[in-house]
Design a protein. Sequence first.
Length: 183
Amino acid sequence: MNLRCLAKTLLCISLVVIGPKLHAQSGTRTNGSEPNNIITAVPFLLITPDARAGGMGDAGVAVHPDANAMSINPSKLAFLEKPYGFSASYSPWLKSLVPDINLAYLSGYYKLDENSMLGSSMRFFSLGEIQYIDNNQQDMGIYNPYELALDATYARKFGESFSLGTAVRYIYSNLSSGQVSGG
């Protein structure tokens, strides 16, 4: 009994002493500063291209399926009744801050049989015109960086309320066009 109490006490002391020094996936650098950059790759994929789902706080999983379904839940395509369809959208992004950033989205689907559906989509995110300058404030030209995502989707219905869907995505990000940043 006394040995158990001693073991628990040592464990508590160890946690109190060592605990503050443990940092799992810490964002602090070795010099003590905090990073302030975006650590998500291709963050434009987090923007919902569907106006209906975006207007409902990205609740597109719970709405009736349409041609935009593959951007949120590819398995919803299996419940579409029409043999084919498409959708196109264009969204000026942060228009009041920067006038030339935009997201364009094009999607379509085709019904293979009563239970199977193929879909495809394209997202194009343009960051507008950016003027590059070097460390000496010399003009290096104007460039239009952009990001692109192409999706291919397959969905199959297994019952009246159950389906599975899968998607393959190709992502291309061209943010610097070969420009080198010194530092």
